[in-house]
Design a protein around this ligand. Structure first.
Ligand code: FES
Ligand code: FES
Length: 127
Protein backbone atom coordinates (compact mmCIF):
# COMPACT_ATOMS: atom_id res chain seq x y z
CA UNK A 1 0.00 0.00 0.00
CA UNK A 2 1.22 3.50 -0.76
CA UNK A 3 1.66 5.81 2.19
CA UNK A 4 0.76 9.48 1.88
CA UNK A 5 3.57 12.06 1.87
CA UNK A 6 2.63 13.16 5.38
CA UNK A 7 2.79 9.62 6.73
CA UNK A 8 6.17 9.14 5.09
CA UNK A 9 7.43 12.41 6.51
CA UNK A 10 6.48 11.48 10.09
CA UNK A 11 7.68 7.92 9.56
CA UNK A 12 11.09 9.00 8.29
CA UNK A 13 11.45 11.96 10.66
CA UNK A 14 9.38 11.06 13.70
CA UNK A 15 8.89 13.92 16.17
CA UNK A 16 9.37 13.48 19.89
CA UNK A 17 10.48 9.86 20.00
CA UNK A 18 11.57 8.73 23.44
CA UNK A 19 10.39 8.39 27.00
CA UNK A 20 9.97 10.45 30.15
CA UNK A 21 10.42 9.05 33.65
CA UNK A 22 7.13 7.33 34.35
CA UNK A 23 7.42 8.06 38.06
CA UNK A 24 7.76 11.82 37.58
CA UNK A 25 4.71 13.57 39.03
CA UNK A 26 4.48 15.90 36.03
CA UNK A 27 4.28 13.00 33.57
CA UNK A 28 1.24 11.10 32.35
CA UNK A 29 1.77 7.79 30.55
CA UNK A 30 -0.61 6.07 28.18
CA UNK A 31 0.01 2.60 26.84
CA UNK A 32 -2.47 1.10 24.40
CA UNK A 33 -2.59 -1.85 22.04
CA UNK A 34 -4.51 -2.43 18.84
CA UNK A 35 -6.43 -5.72 18.93
CA UNK A 36 -6.66 -5.65 15.14
CA UNK A 37 -2.95 -6.08 14.59
CA UNK A 38 -1.16 -6.36 17.93
CA UNK A 39 0.66 -3.04 17.63
CA UNK A 40 1.52 -1.14 20.80
CA UNK A 41 1.80 2.60 21.36
CA UNK A 42 3.21 4.37 24.40
CA UNK A 43 2.55 8.08 24.66
CA UNK A 44 3.66 10.39 27.44
CA UNK A 45 2.83 13.98 28.28
CA UNK A 46 4.65 16.40 30.55
CA UNK A 47 2.32 18.88 32.21
CA UNK A 48 3.38 22.16 33.81
CA UNK A 49 1.97 23.78 36.96
CA UNK A 50 -0.55 25.75 34.91
CA UNK A 51 -2.03 22.51 33.58
CA UNK A 52 -0.60 22.94 30.10
CA UNK A 53 1.03 20.07 28.25
CA UNK A 54 4.46 21.42 27.51
CA UNK A 55 6.10 18.35 26.03
CA UNK A 56 5.32 14.86 24.78
CA UNK A 57 7.12 11.65 23.83
CA UNK A 58 6.14 8.42 22.15
CA UNK A 59 7.35 4.95 21.38
CA UNK A 60 5.34 2.93 18.94
CA UNK A 61 5.86 -0.66 17.94
CA UNK A 62 3.76 -0.78 14.84
CA UNK A 63 3.20 0.13 11.27
CA UNK A 64 4.11 3.38 9.52
CA UNK A 65 0.64 4.80 10.00
CA UNK A 66 0.73 4.13 13.74
CA UNK A 67 4.15 5.76 14.02
CA UNK A 68 3.00 8.76 11.97
CA UNK A 69 -0.20 9.08 14.03
CA UNK A 70 1.69 9.11 17.30
CA UNK A 71 4.33 11.50 15.98
CA UNK A 72 1.61 13.88 14.81
CA UNK A 73 -0.31 13.87 18.09
CA UNK A 74 2.80 14.56 20.15
CA UNK A 75 3.02 17.78 18.15
CA UNK A 76 -0.68 18.54 18.46
CA UNK A 77 -0.90 18.16 22.25
CA UNK A 78 1.88 20.63 22.99
CA UNK A 79 0.51 23.87 24.39
CA UNK A 80 -2.90 22.34 25.05
CA UNK A 81 -4.70 21.89 28.35
CA UNK A 82 -5.60 18.35 29.38
CA UNK A 83 -9.22 18.94 28.40
CA UNK A 84 -8.21 20.33 25.02
CA UNK A 85 -6.01 17.29 24.43
CA UNK A 86 -9.02 15.07 25.08
CA UNK A 87 -10.86 16.69 22.19
CA UNK A 88 -8.38 15.40 19.60
CA UNK A 89 -10.25 12.92 17.43
CA UNK A 90 -8.85 10.07 15.41
CA UNK A 91 -10.80 11.36 12.42
CA UNK A 92 -8.70 14.56 12.46
CA UNK A 93 -5.52 12.48 12.61
CA UNK A 94 -6.68 10.22 9.79
CA UNK A 95 -7.65 13.23 7.71
CA UNK A 96 -4.38 15.07 8.29
CA UNK A 97 -2.38 11.98 7.32
CA UNK A 98 -4.76 10.90 4.55
CA UNK A 99 -5.00 7.41 6.03
CA UNK A 100 -6.83 4.80 3.98
CA UNK A 101 -9.75 2.91 5.61
CA UNK A 102 -7.69 -0.12 6.64
CA UNK A 103 -5.36 2.20 8.57
CA UNK A 104 -8.03 4.08 10.51
CA UNK A 105 -7.44 1.91 13.57
CA UNK A 106 -3.85 3.24 13.70
CA UNK A 107 -5.25 6.75 14.30
CA UNK A 108 -7.69 5.38 16.89
CA UNK A 109 -4.68 3.98 18.70
CA UNK A 110 -3.21 7.50 18.89
CA UNK A 111 -6.45 9.01 20.18
CA UNK A 112 -6.71 6.27 22.80
CA UNK A 113 -3.06 6.78 23.80
CA UNK A 114 -3.62 10.49 24.50
CA UNK A 115 -6.71 9.73 26.54
CA UNK A 116 -4.81 7.11 28.54
CA UNK A 117 -1.94 9.52 29.19
CA UNK A 118 -4.29 12.27 30.39
CA UNK A 119 -6.14 9.76 32.56
CA UNK A 120 -2.88 8.56 34.10
CA UNK A 121 -1.85 12.13 34.87
CA UNK A 122 -5.24 12.92 36.42
CA UNK A 123 -5.14 9.80 38.58
CA UNK A 124 -1.71 10.77 39.86
CA UNK A 125 -3.09 14.14 40.91
CA UNK A 126 -6.50 13.06 42.17
CA UNK A 127 -7.28 13.90 45.78
FE1 FES B 1 0.45 -3.92 12.83
FE2 FES B 1 0.46 -2.47 10.87
S1 FES B 1 -0.54 -4.31 11.09
S2 FES B 1 2.11 -3.09 11.93
FE1 FES C 1 -2.22 -1.67 13.26
FE2 FES C 1 -1.26 0.41 12.11
S1 FES C 1 -1.61 0.16 14.18
S2 FES C 1 -1.77 -1.43 11.17
Amino acid sequence: MAYSDKVLDHYENPRNVGTFDKGDASVGTGMVGAPACGDVMKLQIRVNDAGIIEDARFKTYGCGSAIASSSLVTEWVKGKTLDQALTIRNTEIAQELALPPVKIHCSILAEDAIKAAVQDYKEKHAG
